[in-house]
Design a protein around this ligand. Structure first.
Ligand SMILES: Nc1ncnc2c1ncn2[C@@H]1O[C@H](COP(=O)(O)OP(=O)(O)OP(=O)(O)O)[C@@H](O)[C@H]1O
Ligand SMILES: [Mg+2]
Length: 921
């Protein structure tokens, strides 16, 4: 990396500084505190945001809010620009790369920009702070560090650290591949098992192939047997069918014969029963002869019963009608009275309606009257109180408002007049008093002056004698005294008048309290109330008369209502009887009905008697004159009995009527029987001809079924075995595939083993005893040699320096080998510088292109400083070197001088190009 330019805004003491850095040695010069170190800090800050151990906010210039640093730098031929800003609460960073069109952004954000720069420079901030930027006072750090730290630092500078990291980082890598190897080895372990399994499966397959062959043979043999049995069976099946057909015809014929026999027997039975019935019929016919007359008798008796009942009903109705008519006659009068009273009450209620509101009006008028009376009382009280109050004021004893009013007016006029006179007198007296006071005042002045002067008149300045003076004094004094006396008399009289006026004023004030309007108002109100009262009384009188009429109506209604109650029963009886009569026939109709009924009864009676004498049954004959004791139940029994006979007779007649048709049927059945017997014999002989053996048939059937079962069993066994065989074959195929895939694994495992060997080898190479040791051992003598050369240039009394394996420095002086603790501060700096420059030179073949040194000459005397300058001048190890110093001697070595000055607390940069023009990159 080469630094091209740096801009500082409000960075520490720099308000606004811009510095261009050409290649070669740039010396930044200035007084203590000028702001030199700040420039290097700004470079470090711009690149990595870190510059020293101090905290960041102190970087912002005092009194400012925000700092900005812009650094342009060159890496691998490309220009980059990093900008960082920082305020107390926020920070911003941008990294840009320059191309033909200018700069374009490649990263933003503090962290991202730092990481991006680290990868560009192939250097992190700590390496930068150790190898590139040697801070003020830290120059001797390298040799002052503890051996382990020093080794680490030099390791870092030599790049050994990354080898160490690689050595460490390879452990998990190798571990990863080892576990992969273990995994593959595990896979390979299955190979043997799988091969054994494959052999087993193959053997199993072959065995099953033999078994399936045997099964096939057995199946074929059974198949042939089944075919033979099938033909035998089919022949027998046919015979059986034929046999069955004839047999079933024979069976059905047998059934027909049986039926015919049964029919013949039952027909015979029917014929013998008909003969029995024929003898029964003649008997029954004599039994049912009286039935019709018995029925007629029962009907006649029933009719008679009904007629008697109807007659009874008519008679009772006749009685009811007569009774009700009697009730009507006896209650008609009351019913009419009731009706009239109701009408009267109705008209009275109408009259009453007219006076309905009277009591309420009377009540309200009475309450009005009470209120008005109370009001009048209150007003009278107030009026009499007002009268006595006004009389008290006027000192009178009047009881008429008009008299009080006129007296009040008169007295008020007199009082006002008196007050006016008094006021006048008071004004006069007060005026006189005032003029007397003035007179005395005027008289006092010449009197005073007269007392003072000897012989001159104080007024006219004329000469006066002593006696004249005494005289004048006496006159003046006399006048004053006489005035004073008058004044006293006047004051007394004024006081008296004031009192008198006050009294009159009081009286006037009390007069003002008399207000006739209010009194008149009250009197008027009292009169109105009295008028209202007499009106109310008049109205009440009228209403009271109305009330009496109302009371009379009410009492009349009451007495009428009580009469209604008394005759209410009669009225109701009347209406009930009337209503009942409306539902009954009139007397004439009832009489007519009764007469016709009597006729019917006579007719029926003679008919019954006739029937009884004609009946040839003993029980009934005895009642031929008087049948009142005839038992109707016995009559019913006789009828029922004969009705049953009648039914039986009809049944018997029905059966006997079938006699001829049954005889014909019997004849026909006999013929049928004969014919069917013949058929039966012929069928029987053909059945014997067939010669069917059912037992032999059964045996063949059984054998056939057994063979078929065995066939099914064997074929199912075969298909089961074929299924298992299929599975075995696919298992064999799977195993072969697995074994094939293991071949790939075997190959992969071999490769992996080789790879791990290589990795182990590489790791050993990166290890402490590998390249690291070699690098350290090889660079150590080189660094030592370079350091010796630089050290030699300083020309100390120490002639040589050497580095041991841990880079511990030893110097050789007159007293022989010694350690750094023994040498002076300046010598230590020289050794450190020589060592730092030597490392830089050795590494110059690497990435280091820049070194920044802050005050490297401190502790060196002028001779050594000169030597350092010479070294630096000729030190073309690095393309760019930036040195901060306040040592003007170093100017000599510079290609470019940057002067920093501080004025009024602010740093400014003054560019001063050295003797030789160095081209700007
Ligand atoms: N935040 C800040 N604001 C303003 N000024 C600051 C701030 N921080 C430090 N300074 C001033 O900057 C100056 C330090 O600058 P720097 O360290 O660069 O000086 P120098 O030139 O290196 O001095 P020396 O030769 O003594 O090392 C001091 O004067 C310090 O007071
Ligand atoms: Mg400094």
């Amino acid at each position: 990396m080469i630094i091209k330019s740096l801009q500082l805004h409000n960075f520490k003491s720099h308000p606004k500084s811009k510095i261009e850095f050409p290649a070669g040695i740039s010396i930044i010069m200035g007084e203590n505190g000028a702001g030199k170190s700040s420039i290097l800090e700004a470079v470090s800050f711009a690149l990595f945001k870190s510059y020293s151990a101090r905290n960041l906010p102190s970087l912002i210039k005092t009194g400012e809010k925000k700092l900005r640093v812009v650094l342009k730098f060159l890496v691998n031929g490309k220009t980059y620009r990093v900008t960082r800003e920082r305020s107390k609460s926020a920070s911003r960073a941008v990294l840009e790369q320059e191309d033909r069109d200018g700069f374009h952004q490649i990263a933003t954000g503090d962290k991202v920009v730092s990481t991006e720069i680290e990868s560009l420079l192939e250097m992190d901030s700590s390496l930068f702070l150790n190898a590139v930027y040697i801070r003020q006072g830290e120059i001797a750090d390298l040799i002052d560090k503890k051996p382990s730290e020093k080794k680490q630092l030099i390791g870092k500078l030599l790049g050994i650290e990354s080898l160490e990291n690689a050595w460490k980082n390879m452990v998990p890598l190798i571990g990863h591949y080892s576990s992969e190897e273990q995994f593959l080895k595990g896979k390979m372990e299955s190979k043997e098992t799988w091969e054994k399994k494959l052999a087993d499966k193959m053997e199993e397959k072959n065995k099953r192939d033999v078994f399936i062959g045997e099964l096939n043979q057995e199946i074929e043999a059974i198949h042939q047997e089944i075919e033979q049995l099938k033909t035998d069976k089919e022949k027998l099946d046919e015979k059986k069918l034929e046999y069955r057909e004839i047999k079933s015809s024979l069976d059905s014929l047998e059934n027909i014969l049986k039926g015919l026999k049964e029919d013949k027997d039952s027909l015979k039975k029917d014929l013998s029963r008909i003969k029995e019935d024929e003898s029964k019929i003649s008997k029954l016919e004599t039994e049912i002869l009286p039935l019709s007359n018995l029925v007629l008798l029962q009907k006649g008796l029933n009719n008679l019963d009904k007629y008697h009942q109807t007659e009874k009903q008519i008679l009772s109705n006749l009685k009811k009608v007569n009774d009700l008519n009697q009730v009507l006659v006896s209650n008609k009068m009351f019913q009419e009275e009731y009706h009239n009273i109701e009408k009267k009450i109705e008209s009275l209620l109408k009259d009453k309606e007219k006076f309905e509101g009277t009591p309420a009006i009377i009540r309200s008028l009475i309450s009005d009257k009470d209120k008005t009376k109370q009001e009048i009382g209150q007003l009278n009280q107030q009026i009499s109180e007002t009268f006595s109050y006004y009389n008290q004021i006027l000192e009178s004893n009047l009881d008429s408002a008009e008299e009080i009013d006129s007296l009040h007016r008169k007295l008020e006029i007199a009082l006002n007049h008196k007050l006016n006179l008094l006021d006048q007198e008071l004004q006069d007296k007060k005026g006189t008093l005032l003029s007397l006071k003035n007179q005395n005042q005027q008289l006092k002045k010449p009197l005073e002056e007269l007392k003072e002067v000897e012989d001159k008149c104080p007024i006219c300045q004329s000469d006066i004698s002593k006696s004249k003076k005494t005289e004048l004094v006496t006159i003046y004094q006399h006048d004053i005294t006489s005035n004073k006396m008058q004044m006293v008399a006047l004051e007394e009289s004024i006081e008296k008048l004031d009192n008198e006026k006050e009294e009159l004023q009081k009286r006037k004030n009390s007069f003002q309290k008399i207000n006739m309007d209010i009194l008149q108002e009250k009197i008027k109100a009292r009169n109105t109330a009295s008028h209202k009262m007499s009106n109310l009384e008049m109205k009440l009188e009228d209403l009271k008369i109305q009330n009496i009429a109302l009371e009379e109506i009410e009492s009349s209604i009451k007495s009428k209502k009580s009469r209604l109650k008394e005759i209410e029963n009669h009225k109701e009886n009347y209406f009930k009887a009337k209503h009942s009569l409306e539902n009954l026939d009139p007397v004439a109709t009832l009489e007519k009905e009764k007469n016709s009924l009597v006729e019917k009864i006579i007719e029926e009676d003679s008919r019954i008697k006739e029937l009884l004498s004609s009946l040839e049954l003993d029980y009934f004959r005895q009642f031929k004159e008087d049948y009142s004791l005839l038992d109707s139940d016995i009559l019913q029994e006789e009828i029922d009995k004969r009705e049953e006979f009648k039914n039986n007779l009809n049944q018997l007649k029905g059966r006997v009527s079938q006699k001829n048709s049954i005889s014909e049927k019997l004849q026909k059945k006999k013929l049928d029987l004969e014919e069917n017997m013949k058929n039966k014999e012929s069928l029987h002989s053909s059945l014997i001809k067939i010669e069917y053996d059912a037992i032999a048939h059964q045996k063949i059937l059984q054998a056939y079924e057994q063979k078929k079962d065995s066939f099914i069993e064997l074929t199912s066994q075969k298909s089961k075995n074929e299924g298992i065989q299929g599975m075995t074959i696919s298992a064999i195929e799977d195993l072969q595939k697995d074994l094939d895939s293991l071949k790939d694994v075997e190959k992969e495992l071999d490769n992996l083993k080789d790879f791990i060997k290589v990795l182990d080898y590489i790791r050993k190479l990166f290890g402490k005893d590998g390249v690291q040791k070699d690098l350290r051992n090889r660079s150590r003598p080189l660094i030592q040699e370079e350091a010796r050369k630089f050290f030699d240039r300083f020309n100390f009394e120490y002639s040589d320096i050497s580095l041991d394996e841990d880079y511990e420095v030893e110097v050789f002086g007159p007293g022989g080998k010694t350690t750094l603790d023994m040498i002076s501060g300046g010598e230590k700096i020289a050794v450190a510088l020589a060592l730092r420059l030597a490392i830089t030179r050795v590494l110059s073949g690497g990435k280091l292109e820049l070194i920044m040194l802050d005050e490297p000459t401190i502790h060196l005397d002028s001779y050594r400083r000169q030597e350092l300058i010479d070294i630096l001048k000729r030190l073309s190890v690095l393309p760019q070197m930036i040195i901060v110093t306040h040592d003007s001697d170093l100017e000599e070595a510079a290609d470019n001088i940057i002067k920093v000055k501080k004025e009024e607390g602010e740093s400014r940069v003054i560019l001063d190009v050295a003797q030789e023009e160095v081209p700007v990159i």
